[in-house]
Ligand binder design. Sequence first.
Ligand SMILES: Cc1cc2nc3c(=O)[nH]c(=O)nc-3n(C[C@H](O)[C@H](O)[C@H](O)COP(=O)(O)OP(=O)(O)OC[C@H]3O[C@@H](n4cnc5c(N)ncnc54)[C@H](O)[C@@H]3O)c2cc1C
Length: 396
Amino acid sequence: MNDLTCVIIGGGYAGLQALKAIKEKTNGIANGRRIRFVLIDMQPGHLRKLRMFRPTATEEEIMIPWNQLTLKDFEFVQGTVTSVDGEEKRVRYIGPQGNDARIRYDLLVVTVGSIVRRPDPDQGGVALTDPQAAADIRECWRANLRKAARATNPEERKKLMTIAVAGAGISGIETSAELALTMRKEATALGLNPSDVSVYLLNAQERLLPEVSEKFRRKLDRQLTECGVTVLHNRKALREEAGSLSLSGGDCLAVGLCIWTLGLIPNPGLKGMDLPLTPEGKVLVDECYRVKGMPNVYSIGDCSGIVDPRDGRATQMTCFEAGEQGLRLGKIVMADLEGRPAPSHHSAKSNMDAFTIALGQNGVFWIRTWGLDMVMTGKLPGRIKKLVEDTASMLR
Ligand SMILES: Cc1cc2nc3c(=O)[nH]c(=O)nc-3n(C[C@H](O)[C@H](O)[C@H](O)COP(=O)(O)OP(=O)(O)OC[C@H]3O[C@@H](n4cnc5c(N)ncnc54)[C@H](O)[C@@H]3O)c2cc1C
């Protein structure tokens, strides 16, 4: 009998977890037929988005070649998927040489994720969107510090040693801490006064991370100050031009560099893929991640419009949710193949909140569940975060 082909589009955190879970649940066999697994991604390796902040400060490779993952026994096809034909059960993609190609599927999982929101081009600065942007940021502040070491004008020197990070989600928090710590070390090495390094984190809200407990927030605030980050609350960056960053409220900051970390939007490429979409531009799915009106097609992760059937809440775009959905998808696919009722989605965060934030080598870990509100700081949370990241990227 012919093999059954299971195609997964997108090897981010959701795609990798889905691939692993479906392989494990089915043991690679469905109704007596061997399952052939094919992963299609536009990139030559898995991008470790959770570590995007690292190369802004230090040289670190965050694109991992597919054959270096612990996940084995799948075929990889490099290509940018342009559309899905649900009638013919075919995925159309453009290969790395620009060739137009198609692949047939029996089972399809769409996990094309999200992209980082960019500011308008006339707002200046650099958005932390991908590894190249991270490397550009690193080159820019390093060059600025070298210039500062030669500068004779104290105001000019101070400006060259100042960075503003606009957007205070987890990505902005981690980026600002990593930069403050690394820039101080580099400033010392260049003979500059490390306390002249200023890293501002601009938070449009009144407080950091509105969803966390007050206890956690207090510790996080303190840890950020210790790293050398100054958080400006209720301040929105508007526009950076020639080293002058205008803020809401009318003030200006003199900066050597402005970095935008503005959060995520669903993959805009979904619009042309012939998949049913929600008004927010995510794939329309039922409570078992089945794409509406397209048999044997599933979608999870940042690109999927998953709603908790118990309270109607939309899921957040996080690695944690993507991993949970991937695990559940393995059970759903198995149940569907066997004609049994499948488990339905429920938000991973409905009875537990957890955050781990890396601050240089250290971190802050918070968990709130069953009346417990626990916060841990120091090296251990930093190690937990790294372990979580390595596991999510299938490196362990
Ligand atoms: C800078 C940054 C920091 C973050 N920090 C955290 C954090 O600390 N904690 C947390 O929980 N979450 C964090 N997130 C969010 C987290 O990274 C996402 O929720 C997670 O990546 C979602 O996984 P995914 O697999 O759905 O999508 P993605 O990781 O976006 O993966 C999508 C994959 O699909 C591929 N793809 C896209 N379009 C196509 C196409 N047309 N054809 C073929 N392949 C395609 C991409 O190349 C990619 O490999 C962060 C995100 C960013 C950008």
